[in-house]
Design a protein around this ligand. Structure first.
Ligand code: K1U
Ligand code: ZN
Length: 179
């Protein structure tokens, strides 16, 4: 398993639509392992392959937040929302590609999602609560959409400028040999 660097917004790879996965092989399983390790290390509750610069329709998530609870890692390949409730839910979202920025986003409270698992089997499951918010946030990543795209342009612009500044600082630190 390998920890992989997470792209920071703005980056064209975070705005691109990812391609469907066609081959369910060992490379795909290794990618899923790396994604879970990277997500837990961040730490985060979800991660989509485009956040690692890989334009494939793969996401991982584990929304169990309690410290001593049993982890529930999930790997979803080629996921699609097949039903969404009219009932909406507001959650203050964050994003590992937009560090330390949070904003309220309104989404369907319950969604039914269909995907393929690592063995190539079709699966359907209903999600609610934080799991529903997270799976929609991650599927958005596969379509090149970020949670800030739901915000008013001025707020989105403010966050984007902060991220540009952060990336400049990180690049300067890397050049000067600091971690
Ligand atoms: O996709 C991502 O960037 C990961 C993101 C997922 C997400 C968070 C909140 C609402 C919807 C989707 C994160 O995991 S941000 C970090 C985070 O939420 C968290 C980190 C540690 C403990 C608990 C939560
Ligand atoms: Zn995100």
């Amino acid at each position: 398993m390998t920890l992989r660097p997470i792209l920071i917004h703005p980056d064209p790879r975070l705005k691109a639509k990812a391609d469907p996965v066609a081959e369910f092989d060992r490379d795909l399983a290794a990618l899923a392992d790396d994604m879970l390790e990277t997500m837990y290390d961040a730490p985060g509750i979800g991660l989509a392959a485009p956040q690692l610069g890989i334009l494939k329709r793969v996401l991982v998530m584990d929304c169990v937040k309690e410290e001593n609870a049993t982890p529930e890692p999930m790997v979803l390949i080629n996921p699609t929302v097949i039903e969404a409730s009219e009932d909406l839910n507001v959650y203050e979202e964050g994003c590992l590609s937009i560090p330390e920025q949070y904003a309220e986003v309104e989404r369907p409270a319950v969604v039914k999602v269909e995907w393929t698992d690592l063995a190539g089997k079709q699966v359907q499951q209903e999600f609610d609560g934080l799991w529903a918010t997270c799976v929609q946030h991650e599927i958005d990543h596969l379509n090149g959409k970020l949670f800030i795209d739901y915000l008013k342009p001025l707020k989105r612009q403010m966050i984007t400028r902060k991220m540009q500044k952060l990336k400049r600082e990180l690049a300067r630190e890397a050049k000067n040999g600091r971690s």
